[in-house]
Design a protein around this ligand. Structure first.
Ligand code: GLC
Ligand code: CA
Length: 560
């Protein structure tokens, strides 16, 4: 098979460690807990685990603010436990990927603490320190007009230094200066440290932001959010730095890299992921398919548009076809739960199965986020103050300027990243089986109905459906390597696509509606010639080369 690679055939399970499983009874998920669940993970027919950051961190952004890149947060374990986990995972044929967060560190990282001492410190140039300017009225102004993605302006004034530092995210996440060759050497050292230990690759956090325009110019016209983006997103030097990391480190290991790239198009992604000598990353995490019910950020909501979602998926499928490999996902720690967004809580299992097949049968490496496989749903807390996440708090603050309190709460309930960060629902017992102690964060009250234990026992559960789909995918070259073709892109209720490979075809039919609607096969297809391989209802009659749908109906036909 052309371009066959292990990373193209794998599926990845994504763990957000704080909420996965608490092994030592302090209410916080940890590596001891993951060790207990390795067989469960393996049973899903995935081939790898990606850990959201496990490193020491003051948790201003729950691990994405790192204070030591070469250790494990004591909440999660020790380096020894991590090594044990790595060994146990490898024994089971599971690869392990770490989150590499090098656009910024924590302000509590020793580098930043040192850099604060000023230009005489060898660490001063590890970050962006600038004096700003004082206006005629004596008021201090930041060096430029960029805004952060998490907390107001992108510059924080530091009393001790009498200077500003740049932070594209939270105040406690100062941006590292990647133009400094010493910083790039540090990144390489970090990469080697984990790869030498046996780690199999990295998910690279906001990696397309690592280069900032020389001179850090103002951005005009001034946008209400993410102002400055064009001066720090996808700059040519970001590509060059990734090439350097590849040449000096990654090429010397059999490892995998997936970059995260907010607001990126397939055209831009192809610069990094096109297979061949200029490739610098194996895959890129896209965002456009997650914007079918919002505008640029989850917090700016609009009604779900199936046409928009399909366009995003097809755009990436078509444009990467034959050139590069997709990363496929519907959930991660940065988004609300998918059934609560694109599916239907009322038709929980049916819509969950439909959504699973919809994305897992596309061309690319699927990522499944903890709890997604049992259809965990959004968390609806009674007050905005009860949410933990820094981005949620920021969103609520901004929304409060224009919306009444009740609307802000509804918005947060629908969009907060905290919905993906509630403790994993293992059982219907105390604390959902996540911990013997009071969990660090709210358990979703629906754990009595939605949990792993209940779904293990039910052959028709969403959990078992995920298992069957992931197994099928791995066994079928058609699903792994087949070409993608979408039917009726303008249809507002159905997503219909086909995969073809060496004369075989797979037809995937997804209804995104609770209504009974008629689905008719395209002229060139005779449904009676196909074998139904997946569906989310019993009794799947075909009448006149089509059928009338049940809520969120899914049918997958194989033509061999
Ligand atoms: C990425 C992470 C997100 C984090 C942000 C800043 O988008 O996925 O969780 O808050 O980067 O590191
Ligand atoms: Ca613990």
């Amino acid at each position: 098979m052309e371009g066959r690679q292990w990373y193209k055939e794998m599926a990845v399970y994504h763990i957000w460690p704080r909420s996965f499983c608490d092994g030592n009874g302090d209410g916080i998920g940890d590596l001891w807990g993951v060790l207990q669940k390795l067989d469960y993970i393996k049973s899903l027919h995935v081939d790898a685990i990606w850990f959201s950051p496990l490193y020491p961190s003051p948790n201003a952004d729950f691990g994405y603010d790192i204070s030591d890149y070469m250790d494990i947060h004591p909440d999660y374990g020790t380096l020894e436990v991590f090594q044990q986990l790595l060994e146990e995972a490898h024994k089971r044929g599971l690869r392990v990927f770490m989150d590499l967060v090098v656009n910024h560190s924590s302000d509590e990282h020793p580098w930043f603490q040192e850099s604060r001492k000023g230009p005489e410190s060898p660490y001063y140039d590890y970050y962006y320190w600038r004096p700003g300017h004082v206006g005629l009225t004596g008021r201090r102004h930041p060096p430029n007009n960029w805004t952060s993605l998490f907390e107001g302006g992108a510059w924080e004034y530091d009393e001790q230094r009498d200077e500003y530092y740049l932070h594209l995210f939270a105040r406690k996440q100062p941006d590292l200066n990647m133009d400094n060759p010493k910083v790039r050497e540090e990144v390489k050292r970090i990469m080697r440290f984990w790869l030498d230990m046996g780690v199999d690759g990295f998910r690279e956090d906001v990696i397309t932001f690592i280069s900032k325009a020389p001179g850090l110019p103002n951005a005009y016209p001034k946008l209400p959010a993410a102002n400055g983006l064009r001066h720090y997103s996808n700059r040519p030097a970001a590509y060059e730095y990734l090439k350097e990391f590849k040449r000096d480190v990654l090429d010397h290991y059999d490892c995998f890299t997936v970059g995260e790239s907010p607001m990126t198009t397939p055209e831009i992604a192809l610069r990094y992921v096109t297979e061949g000598p200029d490739q610098v990353l194996d895959e890129m995490i896209a965002f456009s398919h997650m914007e079918a019910d919002c505008f640029l950020t989850d917090m700016v909501q609009r009604p779900f548009s199936l046409v928009k979602m399909k366009k995003a998926f097809s755009d990436w499928q078509n444009k990467l076809q034959g050139k590069a490999w997709n990363a496929l996902y519907l959930e991660n720690h940065d988004h609300a739960r998918i059934i609560s967004r694109y599916g239907s809580e009322e038709h929980h299992t049916e819509s969950g199965k439909m959504l699973a097949a919809m994305y897992l049968l596309q061309r690319g490496t699927p990522f499944v986020y903890q709890g997604q496989e049992i259809g965990m749903l959004n968390l609806r807390l009674p007050s905005v103050d009860l949410y933990e996440d820094v981005m949620t708090k920021n969103g609520a603050r901004i929304a409060s300027r224009i919306l009444p309190k009740s609307r802000v709460l509804k918005l947060i309930q629908q969009t907060s990243r905290d919905s993906a960060r509630t403790p994993m629902q293992w059982t219907d017992g105390e604390n959902a089986g996540f911990s013997t102690a009071k969990p660090w964060f709210f358990v979703n009250e629906n754990y009595r109905q939605i949990n792993v234990q209940a779904q293990e026992a039910d052959p028709d559960s969403l959990l078992n459906f995920y298992r069957k789909l992931l197994k099928f995918r791995k066994e079928q070259p058609l699903v792994l390597y087949g070409t993608y073709r979408e039917y009726r892109p303008k249809d507002k209720h159905f997503y219909t696509y086909e995969r073809s490979y060496e004369g075989k075809k797979l037809l995937v039919i997804c209804s995104f509606s609770a209504e009974a609607l008629r689905w008719d096969a395209p002229e060139e297809i005779d449904l009676n010639q196909g074998t139904l391989v997946f569906s989310n209802y019993d009794m799947n009659f075909v009448i006149a080369n089509g059928f009338t749908t049940r809520p969120y109906e899914l049918r997958v036909y194989l033509f061999a």
